[in-house]
Ligand binder design. Structure first.
Ligand code: ADP
Ligand code: MG
Length: 338
């Protein structure tokens, strides 16, 4: 059973950035407005996420890391109107199988915070009072200590640096989609990135991408009924020099579906196609425009269960969404590009 648990957990928990994504989403689901992320040795020695959210009720702590426990879904109907990032109750339990985990938490009703140390099975093995304020701190030590091959993956400096870049890209995505969120990243005790609470999407872009990137962007909206699709975003201004603001990695093309940062191959392809004509020939191969696209559809029309890390979503009305994105591009630039 230990081997089975280890194997299935290692499918849910695949990397440092993937652990971090699960912990961040739990903090956001708990209504946090401030999140501090600390990594030691690129997250291999320690990943810690501290939030000021609702905390975990004492009654829930014994089961919080039990596989398939979730406080978020009670029925199939809930799944159809899902507003939270998490719903499978799989993450925390899975992390316990591949690292040393402790959770310190305090709700508004609790007098003091309690630190719980969890074992391989996600059960509490010890607990003691702690001094933290309201919210939850999850600490993940020695990730993949029992999966030498997975750990080996990070044996080169290059891989570690790439992982840290992915972590930062992920934080930037959440910083954009949650302007009111205060977010910091500390690596080996050094603040490597931070973003203050701001009022709106534009200010969030300012804080994350910088003033010169924002100067080239234009807010845009598109609404379609039946099927209902809302598009909101910031796209390159018609007069902007797209080739100079584009990037050779998709790390500045932000696509969100119902507030989840996602990789959507078809939407990305459509967007890139549209701007290709504006890149010089030797650039066209691997250029990605700097832009933000938020797609909002009824929760019942997307399936985020496609991959364990929920970065890929299945859109029920994919064609309709693509057509809407095209219509948005046409309305912005006034011509059809294909
Ligand atoms: P899910 O997010 O799918 O519900 P998880 O395994 O990620 O499952 O978390 C299990 C449960 O632990 C959550 O449903 C929630 O009740 C609790 N929990 C985990 N992290 C936090 C947090 N940062 N703040 C409040 N509750 C949390
Ligand atoms: Mg979760």
């Amino acid at each position: 059973p230990d081997t089975v648990r280890l194997l299935s957990s290692s499918q849910v928990i695949t990397s440092v950035v993937n652990v971090l994504k699960e912990l961040l989403e739990n903090s956001l689901d708990a209504g946090a407005s401030s999140i501090d992320v600390k990594l030691d040795n690129y997250g291999l020695d320690r990943i810690e996420v501290r939030d000021n959210g609702l905390g975990i009720k004492a009654a829930d702590t014994p089961v919080m890391a039990v596989r398939h426990f979730t406080s978020k879904i009670c029925s199939h109907d809930d799944l159809e109107r899902l507003q939270t990032y998490g719903f499978r109750g799989e993450a925390l339990g899975s992390v316990c199988a591949v690292a040393e985990v402790s959770v310190t938490t305090k709700t508004a009703e609790d007098d003091i915070s309690i630190q719980y140390v969890l074992n391989f099975m996600g059960q509490i093995v010890s607990q003691k009072p702690s001094h933290l304020g309201q919210g939850t701190t999850v600490s993940v030590l020695k990730l993949f200590k029992n999966l030498p091959v997975r750990r080996q993956y990070y044996s080169t400096n290059k891989k570690c640096k790439e992982e840290l870049k992915k972590v930062q890209d992920l934080l930037v995505a959440y910083a954009i989609i949650k302007p009111e969120l205060r977010l910091t990243l500390v690596h080996n005790k050094v603040v490597v990135w931070q973003k203050a609470k701001v009022a709106d999407l534009r200010s969030a872009l300012h804080a994350t991408l910088g003033p010169s990137a924002v100067a080239n962007l234009l807010p845009c909206h598109y609404h379609q009924e039946q099927p209902e699709i809302f598009l909101d975003g910031y796209f390159p201004k018609p007069e902007a020099d797209v080739s100079s603001t584009s990037s050779s990695h998709p790390d500045k093309t932000f696509i969100f579906v119902n507030n989840r940062p996602v990789h959507h191959k078809d939407i990305m392809k459509l967007l890139r196609q549209h701007y290709t004509a504006q890149y010089s020939e030797d650039q066209a191969q691997n250029r990605y425009p700097t832009l933000v696209l938020k797609v909002t559809v009824p929760p019942s029309s997307i399936d985020v269960n496609l991959t364990p890390d929920k970065t890929q979503v299945l859109l029920q009305n994919k064609e309709a969404v693509l057509t809407a994105v095209e219509a948005l591009l046409v309305s912005l630039y006034g011509y059809q590009c294909d």
